[in-house]
Design a protein around this ligand. Structure first.
Ligand SMILES: [Zn+2]
Ligand SMILES: [Zn+2]
Length: 177
């Protein structure tokens, strides 16, 4: 959905946009249901202020046990858009406060889909975990420890020790050579 800046009235406008999983799949985002964006767009001189929120759910794969799980996204948007030209003209740039993102735009239309997509990406964890206590995969059956599929009597390895375990393993390997 494109918003023409020329059509934004002096008092600003509100816009809502919902993206279906199909549309997000095209951007390599695995959404679980529609992702909704609510926007408040205001013009201040040549700049545009966008406030709002993005909410929805995505499906992620746990980096430890590989289970697919639902991850809730609830992000606030607070972006100041500056025209690209003005920035390039050596205009003094005051530093933005921490909670304000500054971006640049070109032309006179804004793609609201882009802001939804961007906020979803920002919200994604670097290392997805189905739960903090996720025990990873069972060394015996290969299923997730604690899942119904794994009926083995294995002591779950505290994830904090995993690194030590692997170090010990590599030491052992070195000893063999
Ligand atoms: Zn997991
Ligand atoms: Zn098992």
């Amino acid at each position: 959905m494109f918003l023409r800046l020329g059509e934004v009235p002096a008092e600003g406008l509100n816009a809502e946009l919902s993206l279906e999983p199909d549309a997000l799949a095209a951007k390599s985002i695995n959404a679980d249901g529609p992702v909704k964006g609510t926007f408040r767009v205001e013009k201040t001189g040549s700049q545009v202020l966008i406030k709002g929120s993005v909410s929805g759910c995505v499906r992620l794969q746990c980096s430890r046990c590989l289970t697919s799980y639902r991850y809730k996204i609830e992000e606030k948007i607070f972006i100041e858009l500056r025209p690209l030209l003005a920035a390039g003209e050596g205009e003094e740039m005051e530093l933005a406060s921490d909670d304000l993102d500054v971006e640049f735009f070109r032309g006179d239309s804004l793609d609201l889909e882009h802001f939804i997509e961007e906020q979803v990406r920002l919200a994604l964890p670097m290392k997805p975990l189905c739960s903090k206590e996720c025990g990873g995969l069972c060394p015996s059956c290969g299923e997730a420890i604690g899942s119904d599929a794994c009926a083995c009597d294995v002591e779950s390895i505290d994830p904090r020790w995993e690194v030590l375990e692997s170090l010990r393993d590599s030491d052992r390997d070195k000893g063999k050579n």
